[in-house]
Each structure stands twice: as structure tokens, then as C-alpha cells.
Design a protein around this ligand. Structure first.
Ligand SMILES: Nc1ncnc2c1ncn2[C@@H]1O[C@H](COP(=O)(O)OP(=O)(O)OP(=O)(O)O)[C@@H](O)[C@H]1O
Ligand SMILES: [Mg+2]
Length: 289
């Protein structure tokens, strides 16, 4: 199973939203991480065949994105997914199953199974307008699974989930990633850190890093430091380094920063995490590519 993305670009009128992205995806969970406007949705919409690339190509099992057979293998949760508030969860699933061409019998069995899978079995007959944000998201995921897709694409699926729902969601995704390709976009670092086997870091339309958590954080390993300081020295340090965290506690200031060379006196090395990497790349300081 392989999704091949080959030098894909998207040029809107005067905006290059995706800039020559190449990727090979196999079974597993991929987390596409990037700030607002990085080009995540544009890339995802091209992978789902709803937006044509300006150049480059996308194929899955030898089929081009947009082909009918390709779509039959795809499950897609758009960023701003429209729910029908007056529908019950079950009716919504039947409706989506109809759009996807499932038979009535198949729609019934799949709806039952899937609503259980996303823990909405008990509220199958409740109207969607009575659902919390997290329940709606889970319903959104359930509908993507109706056709048992080999390629599951979720655009910001964790937006609006509370911590408990987040954990539930992560467990669901991990299970789904065992025998299919799951690609999800987010700007929530911890979601990706916990469930994605492969992290894809996108900035200004370009894929700037890809790999395991270990691999992508390699760039800053041994360069993350913490230091307790105060007053003017803290200010001076904050100006000189790529600061990841700045926390005041009374007179004292706890700084966490990335330092390429010799660290300032009193600094202690800290383990590098994905959040450090994210802030390193997406903080106001430019030119780290
Ligand atoms: N239809 C469009 N026409 C023109 N520009 C667009 C269009 N869609 C997106 N853009 C621009 O392309 C860039 C990438 O947008 P995109 O929605 O792909 O980013 P994103 O990473 O999904 O952001 P977010 O995290 O906010 O969802 C942005 O600068 C955006 O303004
Ligand atoms: Mg988006």
C-alpha cells in the first residue's frame, strides 16, 4: 500500500500555498503539523482529489487522485465539516452511506458497528444539534469509515476536543492506523506527538521535516536549555536566543531556549521535544530552515 505524492504544488492567484511537496506514505499514522496558512488543507484537498495540483502528481496503488476507484478507497473528514443538525446520528450515517453507494443492508450494519466504534452507540437516535463538539467530530470520523477506506484523511480532527475526548480520539486513530494510511493535520503538537508514527512538518507550503519523533527532534537535540534568571539579564538572554518558553515567577524568570553554540553560564540542558521544535521553527525568528 503506497500513497505517492510527487513534487506537488498549488498556486492560487498570487499565493504559492504548496511548494513542491514529495512524500511516500505507507500503512501507519502520519501527523501533518504546521501553523495557520502553512498549506495543510491545500495539500489534503489535493490528496483527496477535490483540488487539482498546479503541478506534480498524486497516486495511490497506481490510481490517480480524483479517479473514481481512488475515491472508493478514500475516507475524508474536511476541516469544516457540515453536519445536518436536525438529523439523528444514525440518519446522518444512512444518508452518507447512500452518497457513498452502500446498499441499505450494508448501511445498517456499518452504521451500527461504526457508531459503537466511536462510542456513539447510545446516542444513535439523538439529533446532531444536541451533540458536543467532540461528539460531532467522532460522528465525522465514523462517516469517513463507512466504505472501510484504505486511505483515511482527517483535516484538524481534534479541533474543539476536550482532553478526555482527545485521548479517546488518539486511541481510535492508533487502532485505525494498523492496516491503513491515516493522515491527520493539526496544529496541536501533543496530538501528533502521541499518535503519529511519522511527523510531517510543514511551513510556508514546504515540507521542512519528516520522520519519527526521534528523527525530527534530532535537529535541536543537545541545544535546548533552561535557565533561571531575573531582571535585565533575563531580558538580554531573551533577546539573544530562540526562546521557547518564558515564565515569570515573582522576581525570577524561567527561560527555555535553543542555543546553537556555547550556552550562557548557569544554563542546563533539557530534553528536546516536539513542542520545542515547533516553536523553534514557528516562533517569530525566521531563517531556521
Ligand atoms: N481558495 C484560495 N484562494 C486563494 N488563497 C488561498 C485559498 N485557499 C487557501 N489559500 C491560501 O493558501 C495558504 C494555505 O492555506 P491552507 O488553508 O492550505 O493552510 P492551512 O495550513 O490548512 O491553515 P489552517 O491551519 O489555518 O487550516 C494560505 O495563505 C491561504 O490564505
Ligand atoms: Mg487548514
Amino acid at each position: 500500500m503506497e500513497l505517492r505524492i510527487d513534487r506537488v504544488s498549488k498556486q492560487y492567484k498570487n499565493k504559492l500555498a504548496v511548494d513542491r511537496v514529495s512524500l511516500d506514505l505507507r500503512e501507519g499514522v502520519y501527523g501533518l503539523l504546521g501553523e495557520n496558512g502553512a498549506g495543510k488543507t491545500s495539500l489534503i484537498r489535493m490528496i483527496c482529489g477535490v483540488l487539482s495540483p498546479s503541478s506534480g502528481s498524486i497516486s495511490f496503488e497506481g490510481l490517480d487522485a480524483g479517479d473514481e476507484e481512488y475515491r472508493a478507497m478514500l475516507g475524508y473528514l474536511p476541516q469544516n465539516f457540515g453536519y445536518y443538525p436536525e438529523f439523528s446520528a444514525q440518519d446522518f450515517m444512512y444518508y452518507m452511506a447512500g452518497l457513498k453507494g452502500l446498499t441499505k443492508a450494508k448501511a445498517r450494519t456499518r452504521t451500527g458497528e461504526l457508531l459503537e466504534l466511536v462510542s456513539l452507540g447510545d446516542v444513535a437516535k439523538k439529533k446532531v444539534k444536541t451533540f458536543s463538539g467532540g461528539m460531532k467530530q467522532r460522528l465525522g470520523i465514523a462517516q469517513t469509515l463507512l466504505n472501510d477506506p484504505k486511505l483515511l484523511i482527517l483535516d484538524e480532527p481534534t479541533a474543539g476536543l476536550d482532553p478526555k475526548e482527545r485521548i479517546r480520539f488518539r486511541n481510535l486513530i492508533s487502532r485505525l492506523g494498523r492496516d491503513r494510511i491515516v493522515l491527520l493535520s493539526t496544529h496541536i503538537v501533543s496530538d501528533v506527538e502521541h499518535i503519529a508514527g511519522t511527523i510531517l512538518l510543514m511551513k510556508k507550503g514546504r515540507l521542512i521535516h519528516q520522520g519519527s519523533l526521534e528523527e525530527v527532534t534530532q535537529v535541536i537535540r543537545g541545544k535546548v536549555y533552561e535557565l533561571v534568571s531575573c531582571g535585565e539579564r533575563a531580558e538580554a538572554l531573551a533577546r539573544s536566543y530562540s526562546v521557547i518558553n518564558y515564565r515569570s515567577e515573582g522576581e525570577k524568570v524561567l527561560l527555555r531556549f535553543v542555543c546553537e553554540g556555547e550556552p550562557p553560564e548557569g544554563a542546563t540542558e533539557a530534553p528536546a521535544g516536539l513542542e520545542d521544535l515547533y516553536l523553534y521553527y514557528f516562533s517569530e525568528a525566521e531563517g531556521h530552515e
